[in-house]
Design a protein around this ligand. Structure first.
Ligand code: PLP
Length: 357
């Protein structure tokens, strides 16, 4: 069975098998990995290795803190202004889809938000060219969503704007190499490419820390979390442990260039099936910004979409229904989706078309 869910998403089967053993008896300790104290040396070794492996995989410079937090990416939508601004400050946001829009709505509660560019008039099918962005002078940061999970719109470059860049990488985290040194902060809920829901990774440049508002809750204060190695309170232990297994595997696979190569090849198989269908299937997203992770598509005869999704499921291709806000179909092909899954979907699309023509 191939699971095309947008998240929580499939995890590598060997990782699940290892976790299955550790759940009962972690490395012969006689204890479940879920019942170990987060302050004990065993769990500390798990958390330290996860951080070291993430640093190695992404080439994270020493002047960045790596935090493993709770609250999901959505909590960061509020934490970001609370950590980096005062109520009088202005910040720039680029709006390329639903998640960026939610980040804007949350930030507006705390700070003056300038939406420097939006693709809303085109139903979020493109990314406005950087030359058209209307940046504010003196903005504290610029925020964008690196991959819009619902619309399938992905930044293919890193903007250069002269203020700290903050990016939501929730749905393309660890899908390709990223130059962390170009960012003030990168964050991602782990439940797509890295592990089970419950943990959010924050990678933040250390000179940005220590300016949180007095009213910023301790749990949302990145400086407090950094001082306490993400263990100000009980961390999401099991999720961190699982992330550690995946990180170890990604390193052994040859790192993020290798991961990117696989992801591009998988996505191409599905995009080719769409473009080779003579308009039977359509992807609304502009070619240049099509996501390698989330592939939305519709059918010329939308009455057939329900049957397409149901028949695909009968054939072991599940969770292909598009997000309720946009309809149609969506194939999410995160790191753990094997090429075989993408090929099977492309084959099914062709067969479905010929059976209905
Ligand atoms: N940002 C993006 C790009 C997402 O895809 C999601 C969830 O799917 C979120 C933010 C929200 O993440 P969470 O559920 O961890 O709050």
């Amino acid at each position: 069975l191939f699971n095309f869910s947008a998240g929580p998403a499939c995890l590598p089967i060997d990782v699940l098998q290892e976790a299955q053993e550790d759940l009962i008896n972690w490395k012969g300790s006689g204890m479940s990995v879920m019942e170990m104290s987060h302050r004990g040396k065993d769990f500390i070794s798990i958390a330290d290795k996860a951080e070291a492996d993430l640093r190695a995989l992404m080439g994270i410079p020493d002047n960045y803190k790596v935090l493993f937090l709770q609250g999901g990416a959505s909590t960061q939508f509020a934490s970001i202004p609370l950590n980096f601004t005062t109520a009088e400050d202005t910040v720039d946001y680029i709006q390329t889809g639903s998640w960026g829009s939610k980040a804007i709505k949350e930030a507006q509660k705390y700070v003056n938000v300038n939406v420097a560019a939006t693709d809303k008039p085109n139903n979020f099918t493109n990314i406005p060219a950087q030359s058209e962005w209307e940046l504010s002078s003196g903005a504290k940061y610029l925020h964008f969503c690196a991959n819009e999970t619902i619309q399938g719109v992905e930044f293919k470059y890193t903007p250069e704007v002269g203020v700290p860049l903050i990016a939501d990488f929730s749905s393309n985290f660890l899908s390709k190499p990223v130059d962390v040194s170009k960012y003030g902060m990168i964050y991602a809920g782990v439940q797509k490419n890295l592990g089970p829901a419950g943990c959010t990774v924050v990678i933040v440049r250390d000179d940005l820390l220590g300016n949180s508002r007095p009213e910023c809750p301790a749990m949302l204060d990145y400086a407090i979390m950094a001082e306490n190695d993400s263990m100000y309170n009980t961390p999401p232990c099991f999720s961190i442990y699982m992330c550690g297994l995946v990180l170890d595997k990604l390193l052994k696979m040859g790192g993020l260039s290798e991961v990117e190569k696989n992801n591009k090849a998988k996505a191409a198989v599905i995009y080719d099936a769409i473009s080779g269908s003579d308009g039977y299937y359509n992807c609304p997203v502009n070619d240049a910004v099509r996501s390698c992770m989330n592939i939305p598509f519709t059918m010329a005869d939308s009455d057939l979409e329900k049957e397409f999704i149901a028949t695909a499921a009968e054939n072991g291709l599940v969770q292909l229904k598009g997000h309720r806000s946009v309809g149609g179909m969506r194939a999410s092909v995160y790191n753990a989706m094997p090429m075989e899954g993408a090929e099977k979907l492309a084959k099914f699309m062709k067969e479905f078309q010929s059976n209905h023509s």
